[in-house]
Design a protein around this ligand. Structure first.
Ligand SMILES: [Zn+2]
Length: 275
């Protein structure tokens, strides 16, 4: 359990991707991201990932650490200048076998899923982002054998040392999930902590993070960064209620989002430019 109302949030890409093409909810628009950072500046204390893992005070504002998975180029070009405005630290988890390429582990969407090159990762570090490991080939650690997980972690650490001059301390499981076997390998490889997505905390090598998605309005964002979200989200009564309402709620959210996306598309057409 993370101490003291502390939440580690995770984003993927920042920018626009039409709803019907963003099946994995990877794209948070620049406007939403800006608004969310503004809210954090007012109502939360943003800390480094390192500090988020240490015990803080239960008084004062809830603490939030910001992370990005996959090292999309939009994190460097769009998110970094906004983070800089607020002086917020953030961590980027990079899949080292994909540097300078595009996300090809998901089905193609036509949206911008370019991944930072080695040079861009160095630039990210130079402007204050911290680069850590997202493995090498973006394999599914929940399904990987122990030797596969070990080899992927080893490759990733070797390349990160070449690129940024140090081995990673932290690791984010590709696809956000793990197995007890892969958590054991992550611990044995010397990583201090490893992170999942939208799962309960299960110790240092399966720390839960909360994903921020394009579906999150300001109220949901507040709830997700309140420090109480995970303990409520994974409590037994909530799980039971959630399993009953999740179908209708997802349907409503997707309709709302499709309507909003339609408006954004119209807007883009009106302005005669492509997003
Ligand atoms: Zn990933």
């Amino acid at each position: 359990m993370l101490p003291d109302r502390t939440t580690i949030i995770v984003y993927h890409a920042i920018g626009y991707c039409p709803t019907d093409r963003d099946a994995h909810n990877l794209f948070v628009t620049t406007d939403s991201f800006s608004r969310q950072m503004k809210m954090l500046a007012k109502k939360r204390t943003v800390v480094t990932l390192n500090d988020a893992l240490k015990k803080g005070s239960s008084r004062g504002k809830p603490r939030v650490a910001i992370t990005f998975d996959d090292a999309y180029r939009s994190v460097l070009s769009v998110a970094a200048p906004i983070l800089r405005e607020y002086g917020f630290p953030a961590t980027v988890f990079a899949p080292t076998g994909w540097l300078g390429k595009r996300n090809e582990w998901d089905a193609p969407t036509g949206c911008d899923v370019a991944i930072m090159s080695r040079e861009e990762l160095r630039k990210a570090e130079a402007i204050g982002l911290t680069v850590e490991s997202h493995g090498h080939l973006h394999i599914d650690y929940a399904a990987a054998s122990a030797p596969e997980a070990k080899e992927d972690l080893l490759q990733s650490a070797r390349i990160l040392e070449e690129v940024i001059g140090r081995e990673p301390r932290y690791f984010a499981y590709p696809f956000g999930h793990h197995s007890p076997l892969s958590a054991k390998e992550a611990a044995a490889s010397g990583l201090e902590a490893a992170f999942t997505i939208d799962r309960p905390h299960e110790g240092a090598h399966a720390y839960g993070r909360v994903q921020i998605t394009p579906l999150d309005g300001s109220l949901i964002f507040r709830a997700k960064t309140s420090g109480f979200y995970s303990s409520i989200r994974f409590s037994k009564p909530f799980q039971l209620g959630y399993s009953l309402v999740k179908g209708p709620v997802r349907w409503l959210l997707s309709r709302r989002r499709l309507a909003a996306s339609g408006r954004a598309d119209e807007h883009a057409r009106d302005r005669g430019r492509e997003f």
